[in-house]
Design a binder for this molecule. Structure first.
Ligand code: ZN
Length: 296
């Protein structure tokens, strides 16, 4: 893959091999923050894959109930159930049923406060399923749950590495981030290598549009995510102790009580916690190893 690769028209065997290191039956684990992020990021690619497990960090329903009430739900659980059903319906369009469909049950907007728990849970899932490739979100300040998915996925990789297991290939799909005052979708933060970009064919767009249509409660939000382009890249190195970009992060446009600096403090605290845990698992001196995984 070269930086800023031009868009290729549709998925073919070569592009699938580039992304997976193998054919469509390669074991893939998709780690997404919310039900629908998998479709936004890689709905077109999902048309072709036949051996995929999904883990959603959150159940898509926030404790503040704002989105739930606006959609006519009286309980958080009711809204979470509706989102789970939409996800199942969307994924039922795939050629093979997902091998597993898990969620960690964290409320929407709470992933940042559960980084250690999520990381340990993801490591357990990775050990059990032994995926060859993991897809997740980039670290880009679009949504704190997305950034938390980026963090916890890497922390889980560090944990399985310390247990002596082979690490899967880590890839990223696009989510969204700030572009000045606006939202940028279908692309990574400016300046980052874009990896492989696909302009979906008519058939691929139809497939992805059908998946979008399953997400009735997210209709308003999904309007902001055009379906025509999907981009992927091998996961880059991040420093989770610094915000992903200078200036205002996209999620700071919302009254969620979380700023980039606070998120970074939560991440630093989780790294400490995971370092201790890893030390218990496999002997001393492992905090350094965990950090070396994070910064390599
Ligand atoms: Zn999301």
């Amino acid at each position: 893959m070269t930086p800023d690769a031009p868009l290729q028209e549709g998925y073919d065997e070569a592009s699938i091999r580039t992304l997976l290191g193998g054919g469509p039956s390669t074991r893939v684990l998709v780690i997404a923050a919310h039900p629908d992020d998998e479709t936004i990021g890689m709905g077109g690619l999902l048309k072709y894959l036949a051996n995929v497990a999904f883990v959603h960090i959150t159940d898509g329903a926030a404790r503040n109930m704002r989105a739930a009430r606006a959609r006519g739900f009286r309980t958080r659980e009711g809204y979470a159930d509706a989102r789970r059903s939409e996800l199942q319906k969307a994924l039922s369009r795939m050629r093979a049923a997902p091998i597993e469909l898990l969620d960690l049950g964290t409320p929407d907007l709470d992933a940042s406060y559960n980084l250690v728990t999520s990381s340990v849970a993801l490591a357990g899932i990775m050990k059990r399923l032994a995926p060859a490739v993991v897809f997740t979100h980039p670290y880009e300040g679009g949504h704190p749950d997305h950034d938390s998915a980026a963090f916890s996925t890497r922390a889980a990789l560090a944990l399985i590495e310390s247990a002596g297991m082979a690490e899967p290939r880590l890839m990223e799909f696009t989510s969204y981030h700030a572009d000045g005052e606006k939202l940028a979708a279908s692309r990574f933060l400016p300046g980052a290598p874009e990896g492989l970009g696909i302009a979906l064919t008519g058939e691929e767009k139809d497939f992805k549009a059908e998946m979008y249509a399953c997400y009735g409660t997210q209709k308003g939000a999904l309007k902001h995510f055009p379906i025509g382009v999907e981009r992927f890249r091998p996961a880059p190195v991040y420093d989770f102790t610094r915000p992903p970009h200078p200036g205002r992060l996209f999620y700071q446009n919302f009254d969620w009580g979380l700023k980039g600096a606070k998120w970074c403090r939560l991440a630093a605290r989780a790294m400490d916690g995971l370092g201790v845990l890893q030390g218990n698992l496999a002997g001393g001196g492992l905090l350094g190893r965990l950090i070396s995984v994070f910064s390599r």
